[in-house]
Design a binder for this molecule. Structure first.
Ligand SMILES: [Zn+2]
Length: 406
């Protein structure tokens, strides 16, 4: 897509300046109008007018606190968490997670529901997700909040129109999930977006938790597959069609086990959660494929804790495969940190040593180019948090919501 000079009209300038002030307040709250003017270079009258507009839109509020500095007392401002809610839902192979955040980033709800991805048809999945979204919307509406948006994260290739062109984890091909959801939600007033789960998880890491604000970071999803969400130079990478980060399908061993994508020896076939469970718990699939990973991951963890040599060997090997995958990222984009998410989090203490060693050995830059490898703090809900954060990020970038009616 070409991008060149865009014609700017006055509404654009106003929205841009509102966003500048909102971002400043988010990063520096509590702060005064004079602080904003001093830091942004906007003059005091303009800042007063912009702040009045943001208060009117219920994006910012006065705290009631004042700070006495030189001259007049200053009224302090913070982001208003009361008027809006943004909802994110993560579809995984074995569960759904729903999260709602207020505009200040506070968590309003976090729900986890059992869900059998491979057994659910796309239509059934859409109606299940819509029902869960509906309950979250009702909760927010009863609190007097305006819903800013619903973003649904899907493991797989999701195009910019919200169509899932391929999800090996869910067994989907060419599913117009966006259209199905809008229909199931009966044409909601808020925006509905379908996006790749790893990209949303990376957005969550970029806005929340200990690595918030890191300009170059990666989140690796640890579920039935492995996706990489990439933030590079402060921006989430989408690529030409939205299909970035499919590191799970990089082939590490042409003679390796079959992958659901049709190839052999992909990183995913060697190191995603089903492969890990298969290695550590050979009995886990005697009654058919595992449909809920959580209890099996608990068993893996228990075996590792007990010092079971076979479990420790398997975790070490999976860690090495992950380290190889991460070294490819380190060589390509030189991130400051790569965060292991999902079910890798409870196993991180056994995965990380081998993964870090492999990362150091396979990255051409000394000390892995400074790339740190760590467990995510956002655990299983990262894509859901990122889904909710997406609508809030859009406002921070100048897409002002419709004014609340009250
Ligand atoms: Zn594959």
């Amino acid at each position: 897509m070409r991008s060149g000079p865009q014609p700017a009209d006055l509404t654009d300038v106003r929205a841009t300046n509102l966003a500048v002030v909102l971002r400043y307040v988010r990063a520096n709250a509590p702060c005064s109008r004079a602080d904003i003017a001093g830091a942004t270079g906007l003059n005091k009258a303009t800042v007063s007018s912009l702040v009045a507009d943001l208060i009117d839109r219920r994006l910012v509020r006065e705290t009631g606190l004042t700070e006495h500095r030189i001259g007049r007392p200053a009224t302090m401002l913070v982001v208003d968490g009361d008027a809006y809610a943004a909802i994110g839902i993560e579809i995984s192979a074995d569960h759904l997670t729903a999260v709602a955040l207020d505009l200040a980033g506070g968590e309003l709800l976090s729900w986890r529901r059992a869900f059998t991805g491979l057994a659910a048809t796309p239509g059934k999945a859409a109606s299940t997700v819509a029902a869960l979204a509906g309950r979250a919307v009702n909760r927010a509406t009863r609190q007097g909040r305006q819903v800013l948006g619903l973003t649904v994260g899907v493991p797989g290739l999701v195009d910019q129109q919200g169509r899932v062109s391929l999800s090996p984890e869910l067994g989907w091909r060419d599913v117009d999930l966006h259209a199905d959801l809008v229909r199931a939600l009966r044409g909601p007033a808020y925006e509905v977006v379908v996006d790749n789960d790893a990209q949303l998880a990376a957005l969550a890491e970029h806005r929340h938790g200990p690595y918030a604000g890191t300009a170059n970071l990666v989140h690796l999803t640890g579920g039935a597959g492995i996706g990489a969400g990439l933030v590079v130079d402060g921006r989430l990478l989408h690529g030409a069609r939205g299909f970035t980060g499919e590191i799970g399908h990089i082939q590490l061993d042409p003679q390796g086990p079959p992958c659901r994508c049709g190839a052999n020896g992909c990183l995913e076939a060697l190191a995603a959660v089903p492969a890990l469970i298969r290695r550590v718990l050979p009995d886990a699939e005697t009654d058919g494929p595992v449909t809920d990973f959580a209890p099996e991951i608990d068993r893996v963890r228990a075996a590792a804790r007990a010092g079971d040599p076979a479990a420790l060997d398997a975790l070490d090997e999976v860690g090495r495969h992950l380290g190889t995958g991460v070294s490819i990222l380190a060589n390509l984009i030189n991130p400051e940190v790569v965060l292991l998410g999902g079910y890798y989090v409870p196993l991180a203490q056994w995965l990380l040593p081998a993964a870090r060693q492999q990362l150091a050995d396979r990255t051409v830059a000394p000390a892995a180019g400074g790339t740190e490898l760590a467990a995510s703090d956002l655990a299983g809900g990262a894509a859901a948090i990122g889904g909710a954060a997406r609508a809030i990020a859009a406002i921070d970038n100048g897409r002002m919501p419709a004014r609340p009616t009250d």
